[in-house]
Ligand binder design. Structure first.
Ligand SMILES: [Zn+2]
Length: 103
């Protein structure tokens, strides 16, 4: 098994950085970066060389990505009545999850 993935960023190979330059003189190319893989699930870090490449992929394929797990209803987290934090200099509120109403 390979210890790297090619970056999935759709424009990765178009970025003008020296580390992407490959090939012999007179036949140079900008090549997609390799992304080193590690054991375990590292999420998108295993498939993208940068946040920018991840964003480009997500923006290009957002409809397919959302189709994997569409959100058709809102989600809610039960909380206790928020209380003003009188110990804080800032206008903070204390919001506590109501564990007794967790589904
Ligand atoms: Zn990339």
């Amino acid at each position: 098994m390979s210890d790297f993935n090619w970056c999935h960023g759709p424009q990765c190979h178009e970025k003008h950085t020296v580390d992407r330059v490959r090939g012999v003189k007179g036949s140079k190319v900008l090549r997609t970066r390799k992304v080193k893989t590690y054991p375990g699930n590292r999420g998108w870090y295993s498939y993208f060389c940068s946040q920018n490449c991840y964003d480009n992929f997500a923006n290009k394929y957002i409809q397919q990505v959302i189709a994997i797990a569409p959100r058709t209803e809102c989600l809610e987290t039960p909380i206790l009545n928020p209380e003003k934090d009188t110990q804080s200099y800032w206008n903070n509120w204390i919001i506590t999850v109501d564990e007794t109403r967790q589904s």
